[in-house]
Design a protein around this ligand. Structure first.
Ligand code: NAD
Length: 215
């Protein structure tokens, strides 16, 4: 069984690849990553040595339909797991176009390619930020309305809607996950938890959005 992991040189994708190769011995992994500032080949140091031909890497943009098509012609993937994204809220406020390119066009290209090539399952890794700020209700559910507050979360919500539309229109087997903030090994230090820790260690002010009550 071979799976296509996109954005596998980023924080969560690289942890996922290590986990899958370690725990699911029949799995072969192809990692596609264009290596933006957030992608780091060193996040997967030692993987080839440990897992050999069960892991391979292609440098490519998920929005490049020809390259995605060629890859899915070369391999018959059981599943696509789409971690590739522009993922930093502040950067999306300054430069939203990259977010539209990767998060919306890239996801659309992958969904289309996966369907045409008979990929059985598509997992779209999204974010709880598509729900916007938590109101007095105190929690989100899968039924909560989409109410994104930044170009980042709007682009992720757009990708989610495309994924759900593929399920409704073509009966494509699509799953959308919307996790909250993650932290851990291989995370780029611009993100909330490493940023706060680094600033606290340096005795620098901690950046707070709004009045600090937004969740
Ligand atoms: N980190 C979190 O706390 C968090 C929370 C909720 C959801 N998510 C979602 O999880 C996914 C992974 O997040 P992360 O924190 O690992 O992100 P990350 O920024 O660390 O990694 C993203 C990876 O995608 C690659 N990439 C970007 N554009 C690409 C393109 N056009 N083609 C191919 N590769 C491209 C980058 O090079 C990088 O390796 C994202 O979709 C993000 O929206 C993350």
């Amino acid at each position: 069984m071979r799976i296509l992991v996109t954005g596998g040189c980023g924080f969560i994708g690289s942890n996922f690849i290590r986990y899958i190769l370690q725990h699911y011995k029949p799995a072969y992994v192809t990692n596609v990553d264009v290596l933006t500032y957030a992608g780091n080949l060193a996040n997967l140091d030692g993987v080839v040595e440990e897992h050999g031909e069960r892991y391979e890497f292609f440098k490519a943009d998920i929005a490049n339909a020809d390259q995605m098509d060629a890859l899915m012609t070369e391999h018959r993937f059981y599943a696509v797991i789409n971690f590739a994204a522009e993922s930093h809220v502040d950067r999306s406020i300054n430069d939203p176009l990259n977010f539209i390119h990767t998060n919306i066009i890239g996801t659309s290209v992958l969904l289309d390619c996966a369907r045409r090539h008979g990929v059985q399952r598509f997992i779209q890794v999204s974010t709880d930020e598509v729900y916007g700020s938590l109101g007095p209700g105190g929690k989100f559910t899968e039924q909560s309305p989409l109410d994104p507050s930044s170009p980042y979360s709007a682009s992720k919500a757009g990708a989610d809607l495309l994924a759900v539309a593929c399920y409704k229109t073509y009966s494509q087997d699509v799953l959308v996950t919307r996790c909250s903030n993650n932290y851990g090994q291989y995370q780029f230090p611009e993100k909330l938890i490493p940023l706060m820790i680094i600033k606290a260690l340096r005795d620098e002010p901690l950046p707070v959005y709004g009045d600090g009550m937004n969740v």
